[in-house]
Design a protein around this ligand. Structure first.
Ligand code: ATP
Ligand code: FE
Length: 368
């Protein structure tokens, strides 16, 4: 059995065919990053137009590479929540056309559920496990008890860490830095931070007194903004020129984010172990999302995993960012569990905002 997965929730048009044992039979992706970098952010109607222009070709490429005839597919799985309305709409209407034409079952996919389950394609991970999802649009900690049973332990109260890194990189004008051309904000920061001294700036990790598992990044971002402004004045730069202290600022920002993520994750692991929601040892801590490709942040989470006798697991970087494989795999997971398979997809809607699982973040805060 093989599933065709289609992803258009944000700025990547992606498709893949994956079989029951997790073999990736075919995949294709068209990234809009370059276009959006030029405009300084995603403009939804532009993203929609680019999805429309590419979806047919991308799906065709994934299918052809897989050599699975459409008639032999077990189902089509497509991201329908959460995401940009205009982007989700393109993937959904294209998919509904396909399932109508091929007479196949349809499996609506929650984008964050797909990120969380990707690890089960690459590693042998059993339920339950803890997942930390950190990307440009999301930041959450969840206990994954089955394919469709998630407990949300904490989430960002404002922006996501990837969003913060992108904003800091833009404030530091790193796109103009010769070494950072065509890198995402997060990658540019990681690259520069390697030769920076984080101790040159004293950044307190956010919410260090809050006894819950929620996150916050916008305060930290504003503090860094002010530091950059001060440094620009000291170095006599015009806004837009790259500071000589940019590597130090990048290192300090990266360190503060890593500390914040590690502390919240540590608290979540202890909460789950104390409540018997996770075994006292050998539980899996899964980290995914674009920011999970950062090695400094991974190292901080490794320390947390060691301290709680957990195993840290991350999908390979190309499966951490948005892709079609994770959507197809989520379809396989749902087929195997027999949940959420629609034999009549008429009337399916997309949902731009859609929380993942049952939110118990208040309970976590009160327990501490
Ligand atoms: P969503 O939240 O819907 O998944 P997204 O498209 O932002 O949205 P990803 O593609 O998973 O999600 O991640 C992109 C984010 O990851 C960007 O904010 C980028 O700056 C960040 N990122 C990429 N590489 C690194 C890195 N090496 N270190 C830190 N952050 C990184
Ligand atoms: Fe994503």
């Amino acid at each position: 059995r093989a599933v065709l997965g289609i992803e258009t929730s944000c700025d990547d048009t992606a498709a893949a065919v994956v079989d029951e044992t997790g073999n990736i039979l075919g995949e294709a992706i068209h990234s809009q990053t370059e276009v959006h970098l030029k405009t300084g952010g995603i403009i939804p109607p532009v993203a929609q137009q680019l999805h429309r222009e590419n979806i047919q070709r991308i799906v065709q490429e994934a299918l052809s590479a897989s050599r699975v005839p459409p008639g032999e597919l077990a189902a089509v799985a497509t991201t329908t929540m959460p995401g940009l309305a205009l982007s989700l709409g393109v993937g959904l209407s294209f998919s509904l056309q396909l399932v109508g034409q091929w007479k196949k079952p349809f499996i609506p996919i929650h984008h964050m559920e797909a990120h969380a389950l990707t690890i089960r394609l690459t590693d042998r991970v059993e339920f339950p496990f803890l997942v930390l999802l950190i990307s440009g649009g999301h930041c959450l900690l969840a206990l994954v008890r089955s394919v469709s049973d998630f407990l949300l332990l904490g989430k960002s109260l404002d922006i996501a860490p990837g969003d913060m890194l992108d904003k800091v990189a833009r404030r530091l004008a790193l796109a103009k830095h010769p070494e950072c051309a065509a890198m995402s904000g997060g990658r540019a920061i990681e690259h520069l931070a390697k030769r920076g001294n984080r101790l040159h700036f004293d950044l307190t990790p956010p919410m260090h007194r809050a006894k819950n598992c929620d996150f916050s990044f916008s305060g930290l971002q504003h503090v860094i903004d002010r530091i950059v402004t001060r440094k620009e004045r000291e170095e006599g730069l015009e806004p837009g020129q790259v500071l000589s202290s940019a590597p130090d600022i990048a290192a300090a920002a990266q360190h503060a984010i890593a500390c914040h993520l590690a502390k919240r994750t540590h608290r979540a692991l202890l909460f789950c172990q104390q409540r018997g929601l996770l075994p006292p040892s050998n539980a899996a801590l899964v980290v995914s999302g674009g920011v999970a490709s950062n090695f400094y942040i991974r190292k901080a989470l490794e320390i947390v995993a060691d301290a709680t006798q957990c195993a840290l697991l991350c999908p390979p970087p190309r499966l951490c960012t948005d892709n079609g494989v994770m959507i197809a795999w989520n379809g396989i997971e749902r087929l195997r569990a027999g949940v959420g398979i629609l034999y009549d997809a008429e009337g399916v809607r997309y949902e731009p905002r859609c929380p993942l699982g049952v939110d118990i973040s208040k309970e976590v805060g009160e327990a501490a």
